[in-house]
Design a protein around this ligand. Structure first.
Ligand SMILES: Cc1cc2nc3c(=O)[nH]c(=O)nc-3n(C[C@H](O)[C@H](O)[C@H](O)COP(=O)(O)OP(=O)(O)OC[C@H]3O[C@@H](n4cnc5c(N)ncnc54)[C@H](O)[C@@H]3O)c2cc1C
Length: 375
């Protein structure tokens, strides 16, 4: 069946299927793009199409770090993007977080700035000097030193194998479910139509309109924004430089009270953990089996899970009892560097994709940029 069949009424065609702008993907980026469009042009008819019943990519599956990069990650960004590129990415992540807080309210998304820490296990010859280098690059933006050595807390926190602890007092954590739910509610209140269970199969650009094929329906619109992150290439006529990266998160209930609060990372952000109301959220380890994790399929890689559990009992909760409450996976998108791809692919189409491992921070800004490209 399609729209020419008799299952579509005149009313449905006018009020649901014929739109000014359609955004594909209801993650942080897509919802932020839709919100920006309506904020700036309240009369625009905007629809978001989401394939899942819930958002089904990364936005509700991450660990909820409100972060902009650890020292080792930022050093890596200097390698791929240069100092200015690294600074610009940090600024965007920071501004994106502020934008999300302004739009939704800090308490609504349960953002808490409890500090973030990087665990360092060996004595890299110049790591601490390079920390100073990163501080110097960031200083014009933050005015103050961002990273400092807090080795005295290692024993308070009870970590094993840890030689140094680098604190970032600006890093926080949030509730990613509350964030997406609030963004969703906000979009609905300002008049965005959101349809779930609508997997877009094809985007057809015609001279005067764009047709969006979705199961047995065809939507038409003037312009389309693609915010499907890791799942983007199958919708484009020309592939972008992006590959999927699966990530796993476990919710751990320790038998004894946790001795630390905050967000923690190690090995260039490949591993991350945080407290969540007495529980521990722990994830990462993609680098253990990068080939297998380059997938858009959800699932738990047992080799990675074993590595996480081994780190749990040697580094994070040495010799302590715990229970695994839940485990899940989400799909990110990566490329040759960590900058998102935000661009027009034609007069009628813009994309905002490849948000990497810090899309919670940068998502609202990328959404805003996509919206600007569609005006
Ligand atoms: C395990 C894990 C941990 C992470 N931890 C953090 C963290 O602590 N901090 C942080 O900043 N970032 C983190 N991230 C990254 C962050 O979650 C992502 O960068 C961000 O959510 C990307 O948002 P998005 O809206 O661009 O993409 P997504 O959230 O993936 O949204 C894309 C949406 O498009 C939909 N879609 C795809 N194809 C179609 C189609 N054909 N038709 C209709 N809909 C479609 C998908 O179902 C999905 O809902 C983590 C990610 C994962 C997976």
């Amino acid at each position: 069946m399609n729209n020419s069949s008799e299952h579509i009424s005149l009313w449905e065609k006018q009020s649901f299927l014929t739109r000014d702008i359609i955004i594909v993907g209801a993650g942080i980026t897509g919802l932020s793009a839709a919100a920006t469009l309506k904020e700036n042009a309240p009369n625009l008819k905007v629809t978001v199409l989401e394939r899942g019943i819930l958002p089904s990519g990364a936005s509700t599956k991450n660990a909820g770090f409100a972060c902009f990069g650890s020292v080792s990650e930022l050093l890596n960004d200097i390698e791929t993007l240069g100092k200015d590129g690294m600074l610009s990415l940090v600024e965007k992540r920071w501004d994106g977080l502020q934008k999300t807080c302004q739009r939704l309210g800090r308490s609504v998304i349960d953002i808490q700035t409890k500090s973030g820490y990087e665990l360092v296990f060996s004595e890299p010859s110049n790591f601490l000097n390079r920390m100073d280098e990163v501080n110097t690059i960031l200083k014009p933006f933050f005015q103050n030193e961002v990273f400092r050595k807090t080795d005295d807390r290692i024993s308070d926190f009870g970590f094993g194998q840890t030689m140094h602890l680098i604190e970032n007092h600006l890093e926080g954590q949030l509730d990613t479910g509350k964030l997406v739910a609030a963004l969703w509610k906000y979009c609905s209140e300002i008049g965005v139509q959101i349809h779930t269970g609508c997997e877009v199969e094809k985007v057809i650009e015609e001279e005067n309109q764009v047709l969006i094929q979705c199961r047995d329906l065809t939507f038409s619109c003037n312009k389309v924004g693609i915010c499907t992150n890791a799942f983007t290439n199958k919708l484009l006529s020309k592939n972008e430089d992006l590959s999927p990266g699966r990530g796993i998160v476990m919710s751990i209930v320790p038998k004894n009270p946790l001795r630390f609060e905050g967000t923690f990372h190690y090995e260039e952000g490949y591993y991350y953990f945080r407290d969540y109301y007495g529980k521990l959220l722990f994830g990462g380890g993609r680098n253990v089996d990068l080939e297998e994790e380059t997938t858009t399929d959800f699932g738990i890689n047992q080799q990675i899970k074993e590595k996480l559990l081994s780190d749990l009992s040697t580094i994070i909760l040495p010799n302590q009892a715990y229970e695994i409450e839940m485990e899940w996976s989400g799909i990110m998108a990566f490329g040759k560097n960590k900058s998102p791809i935000v661009k027009k692919t034609s007069d009628r189409m813009a994309i905002g994709v490849r948000l990497g491992g810090m899309g919670v921070a940068i998502g609202s800004l990328v959404g805003e940029e996509v919206a600007e490209l569609l005006f």
